[in-house]
Design a protein around this ligand. Structure first.
Ligand code: XMP
Length: 517
């Protein structure tokens, strides 16, 4: 792989994704990895990420300088560029000059392999205080800005390069080309990593892991469980059984998407557990959000375990026991939990809103090396329904935490109808790519006076909560066009009985969470 050395900013994941977009497989390693540890991973290229620190600060993240002696083509970015300059005998100065945001840079000379063939004048994205004041011996200065005389350097002979700006962000004019020049020209790596190869490789791995054993999977209707299940099915066919718990808190059409479209496109053997009654009964009289979440989690485990027990007994009688469970863990989860190789860290949050913790299964995690957009690409390659592959995040507890107040069958019906209208209009307006997700919330305990037709009404408000986000940790409310909001509002108040008001949530996160409960 190409190794992206993480100096502690959010940039490492973005760089790793850009490398993969260039058709080269990448992995992230912490900057504390020693040169030996890095060498042991057989890197074909190394990229040093940006970071939040100054190389002069106490405890600034450093790198084993032996990394530069490995003979592996290396590209330093921003902080990584400065670390590199310092390690190779150049100079980094704290000039007090800061460059932040869009900055004009000029390519010097022929730009070397890294910047060769690019326009001399470029607009690049900067974010730094310190700067490289002198390039190391034997390195050419490849670009400069008015504040930074050494904004990029390189040695084609040593195959070591660095840029002060962030080529991985879209705001840098020829950023992706910088990364591709490094990968394809400097390091000589072909662009041969793609969805098709990933599928072939994972199928082989899954077969090696599972052998003739049986495996079960919990489908939630979300992207990760859908794609991981489809991959495992491709690998071992009917050794896999998928379990889908209908807790009655799904949105309109979701059960059908799984039972019909998903099954038709994959051929997966699916067992649906109809647990709608069970969940409604358990939720009766409960309004407290945390209590609802606990109940939904508990009932989910009950429903899943009941199905699991039956299958396990059946399989055991058959002589081929169920030994494996599919889990849709993604690469960011792996990186964020320390990148460990272990499989112990199941997020209780993950996919289905909590699987039993004491399951006696070995995990099969075919998405462990992948980012979300790659998972979607693989889902498409596998021919999964677009409605599932393109699905926005949806919480495990489902509509149960989007009804403020007690959850009842009638209220779920109201919310499902309103939600379906909002989703339909957002899709029709082409806004799905712009929003991260748009919870639709029913304020079931609030009533307001309205007038519909000739009569006075006393109905409930629906809240629209469109948000834009990168990772759901922070979010901003999405400025949806007024005409789209107006259309959604008109349709909901006309078509959904009991709703006489539609309101828009204009709160960022923080302070508001994305969901209301
Ligand atoms: P909040 O409301 O905490 O949501 O800002 C952040 C993201 O997480 C989703 N979410 C959940 N996902 N199980 C899940 O699988 C849950 O219990 C859960 N609660 C919130 C939410 O939709 C948003 O994308």
């Amino acid at each position: 792989p190409v190794l992206v050395v993480d100096f502690g900013a959010q940039y490492a994941q973005l760089i790793a994704r850009r490398v993969r977009e260039a058709g080269v497989y990448s992995e992230i390693v912490p900057h504390t990895a020693s040169a030996d540890e890095i060498a042991a991973k057989n890197p074909v290229g190394i990229i040093l990420s940006g970071g939040p620190s100054s190389v002069y600060e106490d405890g600034a993240p450093s790198l084993d300088s032996g990394v530069f002696d490995l003979g592996v083509p290396t590209l330093g970015i921003c902080y990584g560029f400065q670390v590199m300059a310092q390690a190779l005998g150049g100079e980094v100065a704290n000039t007090g000059l800061r460059e932040y945001g869009a900055t004009d840079a000029a390519v010097t000379g022929d730009g070397g392999v890294l910047l060769g063939g690019q326009p001399v004048d470029q607009n690049v994205w900067m974010s730094h205080g310190d700067q490289v004041s002198r390039a190391p011996e034997g390195f050419d200065v490849l670009a400069s800005t008015s504040a930074t005389p050494v904004a990029a350097f390189g040695s084609d002979e040593k195959r070591l390069y660095g840029v002060q700006w962030h080529p991985e962000v879209k705001h840098s004019d020829h950023g992706q080309q910088v990364i591709e020049n490094f990968l394809h020209k400097a390091a000589g790596l072909p662009a041969d990593w793609n969805s098709g190869n990933v599928i072939a490789e994972q199928v082989e791995r899954i077969r090696a892991q599972i052998g003739s054993g049986r495996v079960i999977s919990a489908l939630s209707g979300g992207v990760d469980s859908a794609v991981s299940t489809a991959l495992v099915h491709k690998a071992v066919g009917d050794q896999l059984t998928a379990i889908f718990v209908d807790h009655g808190l799904l949105r309109k059409g979701e059960r059908e998407q799984v039972e019909n479209d998903y099954v038709a496109s994959t051929g997966v053997r699916l067992i649906t557990i109809d647990a709608r009654e069970q969940f409604l009964n358990a939720l009766e009289g409960v309004s407290d959000p945390e209590q609802k979440r606990k109940i939904i989690g508990r009932e989910f485990i009950r429903a899943f375990e009941a199905a699991e027990r039956e299958l396990v007994a059946e399989a055991a009688a058959d002589g081929e026991p169920i030994r494996f469970l599919v889990q849709g863990t993604l690469y960011p989860d792996v990186v964020e939990s320390g990148g460990g190789a272990g499989t112990a860290n199941i997020k209780s949050h993950h996919n289905v809103g909590g699987l039993p913790e004491d399951l006696q299964f070995e995990l099969v995690e075919p998405l462990r090396t992948l980012f979300k957009d790659e998972v979607r690409a693989i889902g498409r390659e596998l021919g999964l329904p677009e409605a599932i592959v393109a699905r926005q995040p949806f919480p495990g507890p489902g509509l149960g935490i989007r009804i403020v107040g007690e959850v009842t069958a009638d209220r779920l019906e109201i919310l499902r109808d309103a939600d379906a209208i909002a989703r339909e209009e957002l899709t029709r307006a082409g806004l799905d790519g712009e929003i991260w997700q748009c919870p639709v919330v029913l304020l079931a305990d609030v009533r307001s006076v309205g007038v519909q037709g000739d009569g006075r009404t006393y109905g409930h408000p629906i809240v629209l909560r469109p948000v834009s986000s990168e990772d759901a940790m922070t979010a901003d409310w999405t400025r949806l066009p007024y005409d789209v909001l107006s259309k959604i509002s008109n349709r909901i108040t006309n078509e959904v009985r009991e709703v006489n008001r539609v309101v828009l949530d204009v709160t960022s996160k923080p302070p508001g969470t994305i969901e209301w409960e």
